[in-house]
Design a protein around this ligand. Structure first.
Ligand code: ZN
Length: 685
């Protein structure tokens, strides 16, 4: 999946564990209306800057000055600010749902999950007790046979230790869901943290080992033993990291596609008994003949670890990973430890988010479509849905014209590209059919149990998909989410209601800023179907090469122009953008902005558009487009982003794009030689 923004679910994995040790910022309160900010805001600008020298400063200088990063955030941007406002809006709903009385089943689940999560006295009184049974089972393991049984039994209801497995569309037959086996097992955000030798990476590893030892001490282990166990775990994780593909390698879908029979998987990693595990999950036998192993080398390395590391080391690993996974759901000392490492040290966040915010985030993940129904009913109008649908169709038409006019592509490839374009499935706002949570029991006095039951519910829901046709109406984001995504295996673009509000989509504004902003996002997601990764899938979502070799070379030449351009940009200190990691997003930004511009021109053809606030209509299109990207970021967080985030920083998502667009340069009368006029003028779509 490729997103307009760093997906919240991923961000949340490293921004966990808040506790009410810090008072909420004064501005935060439950709200019943989301504050309005226009999609083109003059106050966000810095009109002393020269748009042809630094357009980002010109459109976002005021925003950056007026929107310092709140103490509980790693970064702050237009999307994050709107997300935070959505959260305060949802907070009011949660408070209401938590009141006992006449409630719908959905309101009971949401309200009781919230009430249980907010009861920190009860949570702190229980301490580590909820996790103790699992820790005891690990402690009781006496040999490798018992270890295999423990791993196979899915003792950890969150899924497997060491790796991830679940349903995925078959890359070669995308209509059907099969079993995919993914890598996992690491506590640091990327495999590169284990392999890089610079001073900062070494320091990060030392802090991580200290964090792991701290978790064990909190669980009752003596410090000396905990240090030894943390070191043993680090050794195992380093072996797994070394055998894992880099993020750039993983962008090649052929490198992560290895279909095999389950017997072959079991032969590769007999210590895991994956076949027996899948049987327990009721995966149909026919499906087991075609399991997609993303990284066979990783499984081989894992087998070596499971077979040769001392049993005590493996048990230490299991204890630490059980504690780490549960730390956000245990008493405050565990949450503090987790926050101090992942948020404070790794990302420079000074203060934990308030408890209600952490609870809201959990409910969004556990019961997102139950809470989301209430959000949609209160915020999302059929008018917006209709307008966005029309905009999407116009942008698709612009893309078709662009494809047909390309001077470097053969008619055969053009025809295949247009065929794929016509099969894109648009999802706007919320699911046609809401998820059924009736099998998920939520209890008002059992917080940890709720967390585990919600995980188990998701696991079960996921395994129920295998062996069945793909359900294109399944969403991977909840309706209030301020984000969007393209899914190459389903060939769908997905816009939750949360991203279709001011200041991103603004029904009070005219077309120019709306086509710039929301149109740009639609164009961005659509272009993902034709970026370096997405172009390798056809309209059905199958991994299939529909390009002539010459056209594929033509594409690569053009994308390399943009990779060279972005490799020059500095993220923080001396760290440059890894433009092979970001190129899919950079292509989507460039194509998306142009497609939105062309669609806007068509939409307004024949109308006499007026200047406003001293800006021409074309200038207002580009200002509206760029203001989505205004941001402030902590240097520590930028360092993590440089390794893990496939998106370039906001500054380059604006300046990098406009410097390639002649339409922008005409609008602001920029001259050759100025920074916002790239001599190369890269263009892909
Ligand atoms: Zn994207």
């Amino acid at each position: 999946m490729t997103h307009r923004h760093l997906p919240l679910a991923l961000a949340a994995a490293f921004l966990p564990a808040c506790f009410a040790q810090s008072a909420p910022a004064p501005a935060e309160k439950p709200i019943t209306a989301i504050p309005y900010s226009p999609s083109l805001d003059l106050a966000d600008m810095d009109r002393t800057a020269d748009p042809c020298v630094d357009f980002y400063q010109y459109v976002c200088g005021g925003w950056m000055k007026n929107n310092p990063i709140p103490p509980d955030q790693a970064a702050w941007d237009v999307y994050a600010k709107l997300s935070d406002e959505n959260r305060q809006f949802l907070w009011a709903i949660l408070e209401e749902d938590a009141k006992l009385g006449k409630r719908t089943p959905a309101q009971q689940r949401v309200g009781d999950y919230y009430a249980a999560c907010m009861d920190t006295d009860a949570i702190n009184a229980r301490g580590i007790a909820p996790l103790q049974p699992e820790l005891d089972r690990i402690a009781a393991l006496q040999d490798r046979q018992q270890l295999a049984a423990f791993l196979r039994d899915g003792a950890n209801q969150r899924g497997l230790y060491f790796l991830g497995a679940g349903a995925e569309p078959d890359p070669k037959n995308a209509g059907m869901m099969i079993v995919g086996v993914e890598v996992g097992g690491l506590g640091l955000p990327d495999r590169d943290y284990y392999t890089k030798t610079d001073a900062k990476s070494q320091d990060t590893r030392q802090h991580y080992v200290a964090y792991m030892a701290h978790l064990l001490v909190l669980a009752g282990e003596p410090q000396a033993q905990a240090d030894q166990d943390a070191a043993a775990t680090m050794k195992i994780e380093t072996a797994l990291a070394t055998a894992s593909l880099t993020r750039v390698e993983r962008r090649d879908p052929y490198k992560t596609y290895h279909p095999m029979k389950i017997d072959a998987v079991d032969a590769m990693i007999p210590s895991l008994e994956l076949g027996a595990y899948l049987n327990q999950e009721h995966v149909p036998a026919a499906v087991l003949a075609n399991v997609d192993v993303a990284q066979p080398k990783f499984l081989e390395a894992l087998q070596t670890e499971l077979a040769t590391e001392p049993l005590d080391s493996i048990k230490a690993y299991l204890r630490i990973h059980a504690l780490n996974a549960a730390s956000a759901s245990l008493s405050s000392n565990f949450e503090d430890a987790r926050f101090d490492f992942y948020s404070k040290y790794m990302r420079g966040v000074p203060q934990m988010p308030a408890r209600w915010k952490r609870c809201e985030g959990q409910i969004d993940r556990a019961l997102g479509e139950a809470l989301g129904q209430e959000f949609v009913a209160r915020t999302f109008s059929p008018d917006t849905k209709q307008k966005v649908l029309v905009m999407t169709q116009q942008i698709e038409q612009s893309m078709q014209q662009e494809i047909e006019n390309l001077d470097w592509m053969s008619p055969a490839t053009k025809q295949a590209a247009v065929a794929k374009l016509h099969l894109v499935y648009n999802k706007i706002g919320y699911p046609d059919k809401w998820r059924d949570y009736s099998m998920l029991a939520i209890e008002r006095n059992d917080y940890f149990g709720n967390v585990m039951r919600a995980h188990a519910f998701e696991e079960k829901r996921n395994w129920a998909k295998v062996g069945k046709p793909v359900d294109k109406n399944d969403w991977y984001m909840s309706p209030p989410t301020v984000n969007a995504y393209y899914d190459p295996s389903m060939n769908t673009i997905n816009f939750p209601a949360g991203v279709l509000q001011p200041p991103l989509y603004d029904s009070k504004e005219d077309d120019a800023p709306n086509y710039g902003d929301t149109g740009g996002t639609i164009g961005h997601e659509l272009t993902h179907g034709f970026d370096d990764e997405g172009r390798q899938f056809d309209g059905q979502g199958n991994l299939r090469d529909w390009w002539t070799p010459a056209d594929a070379r033509g594409f690569e030449d053009r994308i390399n122009c943009q990779r060279d351009q972005y490799a020059n940009y500095v993220i923080v200190d001396d760290i440059h953008i890894n433009s092979k990691l970001t190129s899919g997003e950079d292509v989507a930004d460039l194509g998306g902005t142009l497609l939105a511009y062309l669609a806007w021109k068509k939409q307004t053809a024949g109308m006499s558009l007026e200047s406003k606030d001293g800006f021409t209509p074309d200038q207002r299109f580009f200002i509206g487009y760029a203001q989505w990207a205004c941001e402030n970021n902590r240097p520590e967080n930028l360092r993590v982003s440089a390794v893990t985030n496939p998106h370039s920083p906001g500054k380059y998502r604006v300046n990098g794009i406009v410097s390639d667009l002649p339409q922008f340069q005409q609008a602001f009368a920029c001259k050759a030689g100025q920074p916002m006029v790239s001599a190369k003028a890269c263009k892909i779509w």
